[in-house]
Design a protein around this ligand. Structure first.
Ligand code: NIG
Ligand code: FE
Length: 413
């Protein structure tokens, strides 16, 4: 099957070859977004087969789409979600409106523990059905690759159940899915007086089982005030490493927790959240290959202060953007809104935001050789916008849905 998109007003994020020079975009390079006016792209089977300006447009393909007045970009690469969950938590949303904080709700046994109770009681088939609907919703909004975490199970069987659902989604959908084991998401009530017993369970039982069943590529810990300490994180990441699970961790959302530094120490693929990032954290990241990943829809929803994206990029760091789609702190997986927040609240330029949500997002899932740019041989994951005057119009028109069509693995959705 060949699919030609022609008369594209502007095509963005082309790459001549997935060379190492563009695999991670950092510092000033984040502002550079390749653009080609009056362009075409050809997809053959699942791959991108060519692109260029209309003078060189191929004259035939099995299917032809006209993108006059529209923009074409790589589909979003959303490198941090908790897409598998049993139920929404809109009651806690109302509690927060009435004055309780996210941490107060968690300390009362709500929050993540509330989701864990619901998840344990929900059969695997039902979890799959609801996650499938959410996956469809984010595909329609332009997402072509996603990372999905466990962490609402908090016992061995339930954690494995969540990861099996994510694995099944990967088999039945065209989205590229990466999975992360997040047993250390919150401390279950029965361990509140014996923390080390739960860390033992994670290290001695959960990680070995997850690895033996090949259910995750990554290990995560919510390393923050009121959740897991640096020493506990260190032990879990060390154990994960021995079982071939690379770290991608939650760090510095609620406090200067040391999470960024312990992530860097273990050569984490990414450290995510980073609302509490200062000069020491930036210095630690600068000497590393770890991708700082920002989740501004969580800061928006929980009314946290936003991560200092501008200072990070100006210091020479790369930044990735992700949705954190989950029922407690970001009940939305719409990447277009994440890009708007990045521009409006964190002073990222539209070009930086697109780089952060495509190539750098792909890098944060170690998929940058396959996804995240328009490059011959890469997987044909593209989005076509509704008519738009320019790139800046996309984050500017916040809250609207800018995506008209989505092509995943060369097929129109
Ligand atoms: O990324 N910060 C930790 N975990 C999630 C929230 C999970 C929840 O509240 O259910 C997050 O924000
Ligand atoms: Fe998260």
């Amino acid at each position: 099957m060949s699919l030609l998109i022609k008369n594209i007003q502007t095509l963005f994020q082309m790459e001549e070859g997935p060379g190492p020079h563009r695999r991670v975009l950092k510092g000033a390079a984040m502002a550079e977004l390749p653009a080609l006016n009056n362009a075409w792209v050809l997809c053959e089977e699942e791959k991108i087969a060519g692109f260029g300006t209309m003078e060189s447009c191929p004259d035939r393909a099995e299917r032809v789409m006209d993108a006059r007045g529209k923009l074409v970009l790589p589909a979003w690469c959303d490198s941090h979600t908790h897409l598998v969950f049993a139920a929404a938590r809109e009651g806690e949303f109302v509690d927060r409106i009435k004055g309780l904080s996210y941490e107060e709700i968690a300390a009362r046994g709500g929050g993540i523990l509330n989701s864990a109770q619901r998840l344990r009681d929900t059969p695997e088939g039902e979890l799959l059905e609801s996650a499938w609907l959410r996956l469809g919703e984010i595909m329609d909004s332009g997402t072509g690759a996603v990372e999905i975490k466990s962490g609402y199970g908090l016992d061995t069987d339930s954690e494995l159940k969540m990861l099996r659902v994510a694995a099944r989604l990967s088999e039945i959908s065209p989205v590229s899915i990466r999975t992360t084991f997040l047993g250390a998401h919150a401390l279950p009530r029965q361990y509140w007086n014996d923390r080390s017993k739960y860390i033992d369970l994670i290290c001695n039982e959960m990680i070995p089982r997850v690895a033996a069943e090949g259910l995750a590529q990554y290990v995560d810990v919510f390393c923050d005030r009121g959740f897991f300490t640096v020493d506990e994180t260190d032990r879990i990441l060390e154990t994960g490493g021995r079982y071939g699970l690379k770290p991608k961790i939650h760090a510095n959302e609620l406090d200067y927790s040391g999470g960024i530094q312990v992530g860097v120490k273990h050569n984490a693929v990414s450290v995510d959240h980073l609302e509490c990032t200062g000069p020491d954290e930036i210095a630690a990241l600068l000497g590393s290959e770890t991708m700082p990943t920002l989740l501004p829809s969580t800061a928006f929803f929980l009314r946290l202060h936003y991560p200092p994206a501008r200072a990070m990029i100006d210091a020479g760091l790369p930044v990735a953007l992700a949705s954190d789609y989950n029922p407690g702190s970001s009940p939305s997986g719409r990447m277009a809104f994440v890009l708007s927040l990045a521009c409006i609240q964190m002073n990222m330029t539209p070009e930086e935001a697109v780089n952060a949500a495509t190539l750098n997002g792909a890098r944060a899932m170690e998929l940058e050789q396959e996804l995240g740019s328009i490059c011959v041989g890469k997987t044909a994951n593209l989005l076509i916008t509704k008519p738009a005057p320019s790139l800046a119009y996309l984050p500017y028109a916040f809250g609207t849905d800018p995506v008209q069509s989505v092509i995943l693995r060369g097929k129109l959705r």
